[in-house]
Design a protein around this ligand. Structure first.
Ligand code: ADP
Length: 503
């Protein structure tokens, strides 16, 4: 049962107002409680002390008088002293006993112990010259002893005056005062509870406001301005949320843009096919050659459409979180050579020289199919966007951590203002040239994606009219991020084996 409540608490959480409220209550209550207790105790003690002193003074006065009149001497005993003793005992609601040197009681204001022996601790001490008082807190009385001297020069102790007085009425008074104080304490308690409640609500106000704003965002209002600057914490939370929302909006926008780009790209070949088919149908007695020419164009457009779809599928599948790499140890030199061998006929057709420069033998952990595709795209672009009689140089190098593939060309180059965009999906610097060479605008996006999946990076350096250099850097050892497994053979289906293979 207790476990269930705890679990429930953990799930739903308790409002921060509760611990704050309890904290304020505790901070306010503790000093009040301690102060109350201390005041009460010291008040009681002061009352008793002053009563002891009062009784002691009175007893000293009487004992002096007794010494003067020689009270301890039976012959010269003065009855006015007896009256005085009775009066003092009455005033303090107590009892006075006079004991002579033989510990015999010669006077008792209660008239009970006269003639009896009285050997009490304070009497013995007093005869020894130590006068003092004794408080019996539990029995609610105190006793004090005062010496009675003889009236000779030596001042010998002739007897002892023992006074006992009740402290009960003092305690009753202290109790009444403490009850009154408790009433005020209770009032203060209520004020404290109220103040603690108000303070915790006020202090949590900024968080409540922030929560309201976040609720509006959760309802789908991404344009909500999240700004609560009352505390450093709320300001930082607001900034973090605002940042996330800006990113969300960008993702939203780029998704819309992507969808519109995809629709446009997919529509273009279909429009061409329709135009070609319509014009064929509108003509009469069309010669077979013209038919063949138009049908070849239609077939090219269909090829183009299917290539766009293939590329899109590759990208989308790599975008999915389930996208996994089929990582094996690869001979990168062999891999690059194979790519170049495949692309050599195209280079020859365009009269472009293809050079491979291998600085060292490299073996690394990578997904063969995906990495081939990425490097293939770079080399193919270097051939496509080259000039008649130009060259493409592929350099392979490595250090102790990474391997580097550098693809340089003597081609048309990429103007600086377009360089940061060429890796975006469907981005083409020269649309006409790209279309003419069969480009879909997705090649570099795929390349970058593959390199990022291998935890690598790609850099572009280019100058318009002089050529471009793409440098790829990939770790030699692939370490999957936590929660990502790197050895699942799904990539063969994920990517078309020869991207842009048809020229
Ligand atoms: P495409 O299918 O159009 O080649 P890519 O994504 O491969 O698409 O490339 C995007 C754009 O970047 C190309 O359209 C081209 O304008 C430019 N580009 C890519 N590589 C090169 C290069 N080596 N030289 C000059 N321009 C290039």
């Amino acid at each position: 049962m207790l476990g269930f409540i705890k679990e429930k608490k953990r799930k739903h959480g308790v409002s921060m107002k509760v611990p704050l409220f309890l904290l304020f209550l505790f901070i306010g209550f503790l000093p009040m409680f301690v102060l109350g207790k201390l005041t009460d105790r010291s008040f009681r003690q002061t009352q008793i002390d002053s009563r002891v002193i009062e009784v002691q003074n009175q007893c000293l006065i009487v004992s002096n008088k007794m010494s003067r009149v020689g009270y301890m001497n039976e012959d010269s005993r003065d009855s006015t002293v007896d009256v005085e003793l009775d009066t003092i005992a009455d005033i303090f609601n107590g009892r006075i006993v006079v004991v002579n040197k033989n510990f015999k009681v010669i006077k008792d204001t209660f008239r009970l112990a006269e003639g009896r022996t009285h050997v009490a601790e304070e009497v013995i001490r007093c005869f020894q010259g130590e006068s003092g008082s004794r408080l019996e807190r539990d029995k609610h009385y105190f006793a004090l002893a005062v010496p009675i001297y003889d009236n000779t020069e030596e001042k010998n102790i002739d007897g002892v005056l023992v006074a006992t007085a009740s402290t009960e009425n003092l305690m009753d008074m202290a109790q009444r005062v403490s009850e009154k104080a408790s009433f005020f304490l209770l009032m203060t308690w209520w004020i404290l509870i109220l103040a603690a409640a108000v303070l915790s609500v006020v202090l949590m106000g900024p968080f409540a406001r922030l929560q309201k704003m976040l609720n509006r965002v959760a309802e789908g209002n991404l344009d909500e301005v999240i700004s609560e600057n009352a505390y450093k914490e709320t300001r930082e939370i607001s900034a973090a949320v605002q940042n996330t929302m800006t990113k969300l909006k960008t993702v939203d926008q780029s998704r819309d843009e992507f969808v519109s780009n995809v629709s446009h790209e997919l529509k273009t070949p279909i429009t061409s096919i329709r135009v070609l088919a319509d014009s064929l149908m509108s003509m009469e007695d069309v010669p077979v050659e013209l038919y063949r020419e138009f049908m070849t164009d239609i077939s090219d457009e269909i090829d183009r459409e299917s290539k766009i779809i293939d590329d899109l599928l590759s990208l989308v599948k790599m975008d999915k979180s389930v996208a996994e790499l089929n990582v094996t140890q690869l001979d990168i030199n062999g891999l690059v050579q194979q790519i170049l061998k495949r692309l050599r006929p195209i280079a020859r057709r365009r009269n472009v020289e293809l050079i491979f420069e291998s600085i060292r033998e490299v073996t690394a952990d990578a997904d063969e199919v995906k990495l081939s595709l990425a490097i293939n795209n770079l080399v193919e672009n270097a051939i496509k966007y080259n000039v008649e009689g130009g060259w493409v140089r592929v350099t392979l190098d490595a250090d102790h951590k990474f391997f580097f593939v550098k693809v340089s060309d003597s081609g048309i180059g990429i103007p600086e203002e377009f360089q940061e965009h060429v890796f975006e999906r469907f981005y083409r610097v020269d649309k006409a040239r790209s279309r003419e060479t069969g480009g879909t605008g997705l090649g570099l996006a795929i390349t970058r994606k593959v390199i990022l999946m291998h935890h690598g990076a790609v850099r572009l350096a280019s100058k318009e009219g002089e050529g471009s250099t793409f440098t790829v850097r990939i770790p030699l050892n692939y370490i999957p991020y936590s929660g990502q497994s790197g050895t699942n053979a799904s990539s063969d289906e994920t990517l078309p084996r020869s991207h842009k293979s048809k020229r």
